[in-house]
Write a protein that binds this ligand. Structure first.
Ligand code: 5RP
Length: 241
């Protein structure tokens, strides 16, 4: 399983009466069932929040055709629960894509890729009419950039892309797993960039996506969320953008 910088990121101290972060993830995972169109395929993201959604999806598996998955990990979990998984090339469009985020702002722009699945996530999101983001309230931010920004890169371009981020004021490091560069489902590497405040996510995504060797930047502005189900101490809040 891929490691995530969120695993080591500081978390907000919970109020004693608050639900745990895990319980909030379960709540939003279950709430997302409301957006699944019965009789159709559903797009499925990746991560610990999505795992809760997949578990909930299994309870209505007889009411859907199946799923298009954004990672090997999600595919394995879906199949283990008896949900059919289709190749994205077999499917022209999906009504809805359900996925988590590392950060989401008040316009539905996100940073994603903490689980290293950003490229396939962006592909499935792009073929979906509606992106429903499921997240606990620690993920809601005013400006993207507190969470290290994941960028999937072709290994021979890593040093150059690191220099390009440095010229922007960022600090990029190669993501490691077990002491070796993490290898994505697509056979590429991930760098995580800190020190950036992303005030114009659309312009930022457009710019970085053009750098040679960048496979996918973890800013999801062109594929932003239209809905966010946010797990809070007082229940699930629905934000629409
Ligand atoms: C994986 C992702 C995840 O959606 C994101 O990292 C959030 O994960 P989690 O629900 O575990 O906090 O983008 O690439």
């Amino acid at each position: 399983m891929n490691t995530s910088p969120r695993d080591t990121a500081p978390t907000h101290a919970p109020h004693p009466s608050a639900l745990t972060q895990d319980a909030l993830k379960t709540l939003v995972g279950q709430a997302a069932l409301h957006y699944v169109v019965r009789g159709e395929l559903v797009g499925v993201g990746t991560g610990s929040t999505v795992n809760k959604f997949i578990d909930a999806l299994a309870t209505i598996k007889d009411q859907i055709k199946g799923a298009v998955s954004s990672s090997v990990a999600s595919t394995e979990r879906l199949r283990a629960l008896g949900i059919a998984v289709f190749d994205s090339n077999e499917v022209e469009r999906l009504s809805v894509y359900i996925d988590g985020a590392d950060e989401i702002d008040h316009q539905g722009h996100m940073v994603k890729g903490g689980g290293a699945a950003l490229t396939r996530e962006k592909i499935v999101a792009a073929q979906s009419d509606t992106f429903v983001c499921i997240a606990d309230e620690s993920k809601l931010v005013d400006v993207l950039g507190a969470f290290p920004l994941p960028v999937e890169v072709i290994p021979m371009a890593t040093a150059r892309v690191v220099r390009q981020f440095a010229a922007m004021g960022g600090h990029a490091v190669l993501r490691l797993k077990d002491g070796q560069p993490l290898v994505t489902d697509n056979g590429q590497h991930i760098i995580d960039v800190t020190g950036l405040k992303i005030h114009d996510p659309l312009a930022f995504e457009a710019q970085v996506s053009q750098w040679p060797g960048v496979v996918t930047v973890g800013v999801f502005a062109f594929q932003r969320a239209q809905v966010c189900l946010l797990g809070t101490a007082s229940g699930v809040k629905t934000l629409t953008f």
